[in-house]
Design a protein around this ligand. Structure first.
Ligand code: SF4
Length: 641
């Protein structure tokens, strides 16, 4: 729960403004004792005086009382209708996106049917059937607006559902209700809150419009629409009459939009808050982190801990992850889905999903300027400048990373101009050079193609070219060859090899993969992740030929076909990895791998292994039975559990 101490400062002003604009109308009896419907014709259009601060309307009714009581009606109708539309639309959007099939069909058809009706026609139909009034208005507005929520929820939930951490939760057997409410919903809260603001503001306007047309609130009950309707005929002789309800409308709509914009920034980790973490648990500041002395070091992840915190409980999804990334070196991050490898890379990009926060640790980056920054402490603008410029990322499926409706040339030029002050023709020439550099034949002609006119391999070359457009120091490749066939896979791996061996660029490559065969071809160092921790790390040839952790050994043994770069250790072999990794909230005591480990002993349930370095410091392993583990740990308990 958000306490007063950790209430975001940015929310203070909009919250106060919105609260004031809501509280003031509902405090009408405390502000004025006048009756909003009491007619006194002989005082019609009377000017403001000490008793009637805003004067009187065309029937001699007190305008202040009417604008306050009218606000109650307008706000109640707008917020109740928007909330109902939001709940219904979000429900349909979520089940449509998560369960697909018939649920998706029902969601889209239902939305289409409602959107077929012109809003005013629908309002007229409902008013004819049920008669005018506040209840009818709520019903009309709820029906009018729920399809918008359903569509936004559907598209956003579809995007989030395809992310690794959701797939990992599914694979781990997390109940659908928990995934939908605890993982997907918080991640789409940003766009939904913006839509809520727009809808609430539009609902106030539509309510006023319908009341103005005589289809809404029934006279003499006050509403802002009714006030505008009444004052319209006397605009010339009494402009105050129309200005007061209009000012109330404008102020209220502005306050709602202001509040929801700030709410979106607060909920969205890519928003102005930078990392999106709350104030409860702060990561180390850069000043507390070890200094990066080696000029070859591009980035250092130090003791990184990422948590999910929902419904009052938090669990570590990434725990004690440390990694050093060097220039002209490829570090591979390997592990099963849900092991935390993609989350670690998203943390480096400052793109953590909304449900995840950086609880501790540092993410240091040496920028091209030589300045060392902590990515967890940067504002949104600096992070934007770093992305693409100092760190770039390529993804698994280039088709979904490229915009299908724009030519490659337009997309590359836009990416280049985002970070470099360059004319369009110079940016185009640079884009052609980049395409040539990544091995694209006929680059001058191909650059004017649309993404769907290219093969998967060519699209991935375009993505790599775009990623390199500003010569980043760190390139993160997240399963970049998984969607490609074997021949193209080899070509892309060869291309990445060439790029990172190019001494002139000083590029550091972080290669994320579950395919150890590919890793053996490209990586200098390997870090194996299991259940949010690095369990083994060291030179690729040593780790792949002589794994010391049973999980690394199991990964190698479970490869579908042998690879010349892979060689499992003898002894306790696993034909495949049995069982599934534990949920972050249900990790066992001691070693997190012990439920799946064939060589576990009693001590494994009692001691949480650290990452033990080898004598020469070249590799490290998180296992009590590894050669690197301190001898004393296993002295008293070595029998199999
Ligand atoms: S610490 Fe124990 S359970 Fe964990 S990997 Fe090593 S032997 Fe297996």
């Amino acid at each position: 729960m958000m306490s007063a101490r950790n209430f975001p400062k940015r929310m203070f002003l909009p919250s106060v403004l919105l609260a004031a604009l809501i509280i003031i109308p509902f405090s009408a009896p405390l502000i004025t004792a006048e009756d909003p419907i009491k007619i006194a014709v002989r005082y019609r259009l009377a000017a403001p005086d000490l008793q009637h601060w805003l004067g009187r309307d065309e029937f001699g009714r007190d305008r202040l009382a009417r604008v306050l009581h009218g606000g109650q009606v307008s706000l109640t109708v707008a917020f109740v209708a928007t909330t109902i539309a939001c709940i219904i639309g979000t429900f349909f959007g979520l089940i449509g996106a998560y369960f697909r099939g018939p649920s998706e069909f029902i969601t889209s058809r239902l939305s289409d049917i409602v959107l077929c009706f012109p809003p005013i026609l629908l309002a007229l139909l409902v008013v004819t059937l049920f008669g005018p009034g506040a209840g009818t208005l709520v019903a009309v507005l709820s029906v009018l607006y729920f399809p918008t929520f359903a569509r936004i929820t559907f598209s956003e939930a579809l995007r989030v559902t395809s992310l690794d951490f959701v797939e990992a939760s599914r694979a781990l057997g997390t109940p659908s209700r928990r995934i939908v409410l605890g993982t997907i919903l918080p991640n789409i809260a940003g766009p939904l809150s913006v839509q809520y603001s727009l809808t609430a503001a539009a609902a106030i306007t539509i309510e006023s419009g319908l009341s103005f047309l005589g289809l809404g609130v029934v006279p003499p009950a006050p509403s802002w629409g009714q006030m505008i309707r009444g004052a319209r005929q006397f605009m010339n002789q009494d402009p105050l009459g129309i200005m007061i309800p209009c000012a109330a409308l404008v102020l209220t709509i502005y306050a709602i939009n202001f509040f929801c914009d700030r709410l979106r920034d607060t909920l969205d980790p890519k928003g102005a808050s930078g990392s999106g973490m709350d104030e409860v648990s702060k990561p180390l500041a850069l000043a507390d982190a070890p200094a990066i002395k080696d000029p070859d070091v591009v980035a250092v992840i130090n003791k990184l801990r990422l948590e999910t915190a929902r419904f009052g409980t938090s669990a570590a999804v990434i725990e004690d992850v440390s990694l050093t990334l060097r220039a002209n070196q490829c570090t591979a991050l390997v592990g099963e889905s849900g092991s935390g490898k993609s989350l670690s890379s998203l943390a480096l990009m400052g793109l953590l999903p909304g449900a995840i926060r950086q609880a501790s640790g540092t993410l240091q980056l040496r920028r091209k300027t030589g300045e060392v920054v902590d990515l967890g402490f940067l504002d949104a603008r600096t992070l934007e400048d770093i992305r693409g410029n100092d760190i770039a990322m390529i993804f698994q499926e280039p088709m979904t990373s490229l915009n299908p409706i724009h030519k490659i040339s337009d997309q590359m030029i836009e990416a280049i101009q985002a970070h470099r002050p360059m004319s369009k023709s110079d940016a185009r020439a640079h884009a052609v050079q980049l395409l040539k550099r990544v091995g694209m034949n006929d680059a001058e002609q191909r650059i004017d193609s649309y993404p769907d006119q290219m093969s998967g391999g060519m699209r991935q070359r375009v993505m790599i070219g775009m990623a390199l457009s500003c010569e980043p120091r760190l390139l993160i490749a997240d399963e970049p060859t998984t969607a490609l066939d074997v021949t193209i896979q080899a070509e892309i791996i060869q291309l990445l090899q060439t790029l990172r061996q190019d001494q002139g660029t000083g590029l550091s490559l972080l290669f994320i993969s579950h395919n150890l065969g590919v890793v053996a071809d490209i990586a200098d160092r390997v870090a194996v992740m299991y259940s949010g921790q690095i369990v083994e790390e060291g030179p690729a040839d040593q780790i792949l030929r002589d794994p010391h952790h049973p999980y690394t050994r199991a990964l190698i043994e479970s490869m579908p076909s042998s690879h010349e770069g892979l060689h499992s250790a003898g002894g306790d072999r696993l034909p495949a990895i049995s069982g599934t990794p534990p949920l972050p909230s249900a990790r066992p005591s001691g070693c997190t791998f012990r439920d799946r480990c064939p060589i576990a002993v009693h001590a494994c349930a009692e001691i949480r292994p650290a990452l033990y370095p080898s004598a020469d410091g070249g590799r490290a392993v998180r296992c009590l039975r590894a050669p690197e583990a301190p001898a004393g740990l296993m002295n008293h308990q070595t029998e199999a559990a």
